[in-house]
Write a protein that binds this ligand. Sequence first.
Ligand code: DQA
Length: 148
Amino acid sequence: MKFAVIHGPNLNFTGIREPGVYGRRTLEDINETIAAYAKTKDVLVSFFQSNLEGELINHLQQCYFDQVDGIILNPGALTHYSYALHDAIRSISIPTVEVHLSNIHQRETFRHTSVTAAACLGQLCGFGETGYLLAIDALLTHIGPKNA
Ligand code: DQA
């Protein structure tokens, strides 16, 4: 099983930006934890981060050509306004779980809306990096045994 973990704008600054909100661990630390967890589940994970909307869309389309089985996506602030990302998620027909480190519903009003979540299988927010691990389990449950 192949999953892609995709991080959007500013997530490369995790550990530096607003540590009270996003924690002190870097994105590299978080990716290592995800990779270790995925390994215990026999899932091969790839990682991609970009601050650019178009690059994220290109990467989502690449996931289609690479026949990725599931996607874990933290779209960062694009969550709140990127219809292009919404369309890209829908276009590729790969089960996608939206993850946010913070609980976006407890924060500024503009963060309460996700325009991308409706294109996803579901959304996990407010669990910090554990959200990415829960997303792996959610995708595995959703996909079920492959080739069964
Ligand atoms: C975030 C929440 C977004 O509102 C914010 O713009 C981010 C990070 C999160 O992981 O909590 O960049 O996606």
